[in-house]
Design a protein around this ligand. Structure first.
Ligand SMILES: C[S@@+](CC[C@H](N)C(=O)[O-])C[C@H]1O[C@@H](n2cnc3c(N)ncnc32)[C@H](O)[C@@H]1O
Length: 369
């Protein structure tokens, strides 16, 4: 059954015309997700949840189980202590579920932060977070951007995958950048030769579609420039570059989500579905390292959460809770596809002193980056 195509948001049509008739995919994705009023994350869709009946589109780890935040709290508590920081900064806090889980658990551990600061791009989500966390208003604060100097433990769960990517297409042996043009009242692809290249050339000469995460890398660099003291933990789906730019991954990883169904066509139903891509964790690690951060570790979500004590005391938990825990760590669910990368600040005022992050105690895969 074919559904009728939804009309394009007028502001998108105007933006394409204003740009001379063509938007690079990164600019298109930025609008489709974040344009005020109609972008996917700026609009009123429920977005996160476990079931399509709730009107949600996809589920994230903190929505699946509060034990995700409880386990992460063990890592955050250690990092706060090791770096002598008193603030947690969360970027892209979604519904606010992770913030609630973390603050509750950190308080219980006697490690509650003085301030929990949220940086959220979407005004709609910020309003939702303020409502969810209203009882914690004295400690939770929202800010629009990074300060010049930051001393904190910084977190981002599924943050970088929601940042716009460049799309690159190798066609007849030549690299092109994908852009978006108008074709009547619809959108179409437009590929132009480019100097941009993936960090490694995928072997062979066959057609190959892939992504570059320049915005995510720039975000890591600007965080690194400002982080005087503290640590960073980023959780997301992705692979090291050798796996990312593998000959078999010739269709790329760009994906859309709506009502818990995935599709690969971001040019349809613009603003009504999520657009995301997997991460090249090698590029993220290099961006941090080149900007002065120390890589603390890189591992699967399963290893990380188990190292943080996810299953401790859970043997007698109700079945439903244990089922959700399994989803977080099972290799065919989130356990293997999702990875965690950790960084420590390493500055003249606060040189990295060699502390080992507990989340990477067993199963560190930094050598694969
Ligand atoms: C896929 S959602 C994940 C939400 C939440 N962390 C979770 O796990 O449920 C991505 C979130 O990142 C936010 N976001 C994207 N880019 C951002 C940026 N540069 N700064 C702050 N938030 C951003 C989005 O608005 C959204 O809240």
């Amino acid at each position: 059954m074919h559904s009728l195509p939804t009309p394009l948001p007028p502001a998108l049509t105007e933006a394409i015309v204003r740009a001379g008739g063509r938007l690079g995919f990164d600019a298109f994705m930025a609008l489709a997700l974040y344009a005020p009023g109609w972008g996917y994350y700026s609009g009123g869709r429920r977005k996160f949840g476990t079931l399509p009946q709730s009107g949600s589109d996809f589920v994230t780890a903190p929505e699946l189980s509060p034990h995700f935040g409880r386990a992460l709290a063990a890592q955050v508590a250690q990092a706060l202590q090791a770096t002598a920081c008193a603030q947690v900064w969360e970027f892209g806090a979604g519904s606010g579920a992770l913030a609630r889980q973390l603050i509750a658990q950190l308080d219980q551990m006697g490690a509650g932060p003085d301030r929990y600061v949220i940086v959220e791009l979407s005004a709609e989500l910020r309003a939702r977070q303020q409502e969810t966390l209203s009882d914690l208003a004295s400690r939770v604060q929202w800010v629009d951007a990074l300060p010049e100097r930051l001393e904190a433990v910084v977190l981002g769960n599924e943050l970088l995958d929601a940042m716009p990517v460049h799309l690159l297409l190798r066609k007849a042996g030549q690299w092109h950048e994908r852009g978006v043009v108008l074709q009547g009242d619809r959108l179409a692809w437009d590929d132009q030769p480019t100097q941009l290249r993936p960090p490694i050339e995928p072997p062979g000469t066959g057609d190959y579609l892939t992504e570059l995460h320049l915005q995510a890398q720039a975000w890591v660099r600007s965080l690194a420039d400002r982080l005087q003291r503290g640590a960073v933990f980023l959780i997301d789906y992705g692979f090291p570059e050798a796996e990312y730019y593998h000959p078999q991954r010739h269709m790329g990883t760009l994906m859309c989500h709506q009502a818990h169904r995935a599709d690969a066509d971001p040019l349809q139903q613009v603003g009504e579905k999520d657009i995301t891509s997997h991460l090249d964790f090698t590029a993220i690690a290099l961006a941090g390292q080149d900007a002065g951060l120390q890589v603390l570790g890189y591992t699967s979500q399963a290893h990380f959460l188990l190292n943080c004590g996810l299953l401790e005391g859970m043997a007698d938990a109700p079945l439903q809770e244990r089922v959700m825990l399994q989803k977080l760590i099972h290799e065919h669910e989130m356990g293997e596809l999702f990875k965690v990368i950790g960084f420590a600040a390493n500055t003249p005022t606060c040189p990295y002193d060699g502390w080992q992050a507990i989340g990477f105690n067993a199963g560190d895969r930094s050598h694969t980056l």
